[in-house]
Ligand binder design. Sequence first.
Ligand SMILES: Nc1nc2c(c(=O)[nH]1)N[C@H]1C(S)=C(S)[C@@H](COP(=O)(O)OP(=O)(O)OC[C@H]3O[C@@H](n4cnc5c(=O)[nH]c(N)nc54)[C@H](O)[C@@H]3O)O[C@H]1N2
Ligand SMILES: Nc1nc2c(c(=O)[nH]1)N[C@H]1C(S)=C(S)[C@@H](COP(=O)(O)OP(=O)(O)OC[C@H]3O[C@@H](n4cnc5c(=O)[nH]c(N)nc54)[C@H](O)[C@@H]3O)O[C@H]1N2
Ligand SMILES: [Mo]
Length: 715
Amino acid sequence: MCVSCAWPKPVNYHPFEFCENGAKATLWELTSHRCSPDFWRDHTVSQLRGWKDHDLEMTGRLTHPLRYEAATDRYVEVGWDEAFDGIAKVLKVLEKDSVVFYSSGHASLEASYLYALLARLYGNNNLPQSSNMCHETTSVGLNKVIGSPVGTIVWEDLEKADAFFFFGQNPGSNSPRFLHPLQDAKKRGARIVTFNPILEQGLISFINPQSPADMLTGRETQISDQYHQVQAGGDIAAILGICKHVIEADDRALAEGGERVLDVAFIEEHTTGFEKFVEMARSSSWAEIERESGLTEVDLRKAGEVYIGAKNVIGVYGMGLTQHSQGALNVAMVVNLLLLRGNIGREGAGCCPVRGHSNVQGQRTVGIAEKTKLVPMDKLKELFDFDPPTKDGITIVDAVKGLMSGKVKAFISLGGNLVRAVPDQKEMERVWAEQELVVMVSTKLNRSHLFPAKAAYILPCLSRTEIDKQETGNQAVTTEDSFSHISGTVGKRTPASKELKSELAIVTGIAKAVIAPRPKLKWDEWTGDYALVRDLIEYSYPKDFKDYNARMFQPGGFYRGNSAHERQWMTPEKKAVFTAPDRLNALSFANVSGRFRLVTIRSNDQFNTTIYGYSDRFRGIEGTRDVVLMCEEDIRAAGLSAGQDVTLVSDFDDGVRRELAGLKVIKHDLPRGTVAAYYPECNVLNSIDHHDELSKTPASKAIPVRIEPSDANEG
Ligand SMILES: Nc1nc2c(c(=O)[nH]1)N[C@H]1C(S)=C(S)[C@@H](COP(=O)(O)OP(=O)(O)OC[C@H]3O[C@@H](n4cnc5c(=O)[nH]c(N)nc54)[C@H](O)[C@@H]3O)O[C@H]1N2
Ligand SMILES: Nc1nc2c(c(=O)[nH]1)N[C@H]1C(S)=C(S)[C@@H](COP(=O)(O)OP(=O)(O)OC[C@H]3O[C@@H](n4cnc5c(=O)[nH]c(N)nc54)[C@H](O)[C@@H]3O)O[C@H]1N2
Ligand SMILES: [Mo]
């Protein structure tokens, strides 16, 4: 399984299926560069803070466990046992609630299960994950309306859909393998309608690099039939407009005695809240809808026609919907649209949130969850003979606020680069370093390592592509993809250094040092044979993981199942829920003159905070990331000119000055009022209090900003 994103692998997977993204992520780990203990002879931690993210990671794979030495301001080599003992010494005296066990969505199901067990044996449920900044909106928002926290489609549905509606997801950069089924869909006549403020190349057209004919002739497949440049945060209005059109078409059919447009039988049997929603759609005026979406009635009706004309529709979405103050309402609106014509729980139709990290969904499945109701605590009690903590743990937002208030005193990080990934980054750097202990399990050097706590360790781990040899031989591990399929994978490469340990072995190493021994805690046996860990997972989640060890290498993975896919709604109402929106945009701030909505974007030359290089070739931006994209009218109206240096200043009402200087204005095709600049650089501009109301996912897709010319600053 790819080390990059969570897009699934079809059953008839072609070993050379090209994905620039996956190739880059794999090569990045296979680099010949090494960041060995020698590196620290020439560099201090303070000095490295002046380096760019790209240059930090370019130092190569970490080779040895390291401990920070304040006297010399350097990381120095430390033995594994010494590291585990040092970590245990601090953890044993800290208050249980003050420790956070973070994970970024890489580590395997096996390592993740034991990591969650470690936290609970230690005494808390503080298990936030990268999804708290990403698709937590889906886990909470989707669950609320269809009773399932994950997408409802499987691979075969892609082959049967007649229309795809894309909201704020960019497959060309972020899940390139998605372009293959989309190209196939286009060839059999399916329609694609896209809502995105930015014209993303991968959603416009695609040349299949595996097709010799395509490559020779440069023949492109047009992807989107309609491309609607909604303004950032305007999807609630846009989707309401489409729904309004569908409802009006149904009124007409009813009046004229034609075939109904709504799936009345489905709505009757399977849903609740329909009347209130229809009422809201009818009473919202087109003028309001146009104002809030930035789109015209004519265009939204055109999108509505495609929706009506398609038997099977898939609704696809990503960060453009989830990372807003009303992200969960955005998600509920996609579901409203699908429910109108019974487009959930039926072949060729459904809801498709596209996940990020390769195992981000799976980690949640096996217990990395701060919410206790998601975890089979009785099973854990029985298996390991202890009383799991009953209090809910904290999310990323709560953890950052805990750091700020001094309540959080230690962070264990299984992967990731949290200091760079969260809002209020400047403040985060300061409070991160005030902790008693930070342990980072990492493959490469990153900015979070450069603000060492009183005790700080970097523990280097194997990548999934590398041979993981343990007592009983080379080990396989498993991950879960966006479509809830679980697959095994075996590393084949020689490890980057002899000193590396697997993530699972690091987790059990810490556990053995911290947790008092009990007969049922067989850390060494589990490390020696991961199949035993899979048995524990199967015992804990018998429905999801039936015959786990036997089925893990099944082509395409084995399906964990999804209740909504079967039209079983695990909501309190036992129905799928229509949501009447109480507002028409996803923002928490008003539209005032001089205030822009800043969308933080990814280039195809980065994976989150890992910057591979400075070429955003799909957007035609080369050699720099220090830019802000604006439309021509906005540049002019703000009295700026293209190429000018500006400072972005956040525009919250909290009195805190947050700014990012030295950005060059680039003219780009964007709706008025929406500007764009790169993540993670822009995280200094966001506030930790600016997040989705329901799930607390930071609202990274509409940060209120003002733009100041740099010379005004100097003066
Ligand atoms: N190459 C590469 N691949 C990746 C990643 C990476 O960084 N690089 N990251 C991985 C991870 S963790 C994740 S979560 C996924 C992220 O993948 P995506 O979900 O695609 O995330 P983004 O690129 O942040 O944003 C998606 C799109 O939302 C649009 N958008 C912004 N605001 C709005 C809005 O208000 N409405 C609408 N309709 N659209 C909006 C943006 O223009 C952008 O095209 O990708 C994964 N794959
Ligand atoms: N402004 C803004 N902020 C955002 C976003 C946004 O769109 N805009 N997106 C958010 C999203 S969707 C996400 S998912 C988060 C990402 O937040 P994180 O998951 O915390 O960050 P990453 O950049 O994915 O982590 C990179 C580091 O992981 C380590 N690593 C890589 N591979 C492995 C491995 O196999 N094992 C281990 N142990 N470590 C490994 C490397 O040391 C690398 O430096 O950021 C969020 N922040
Ligand atoms: Mo993500």
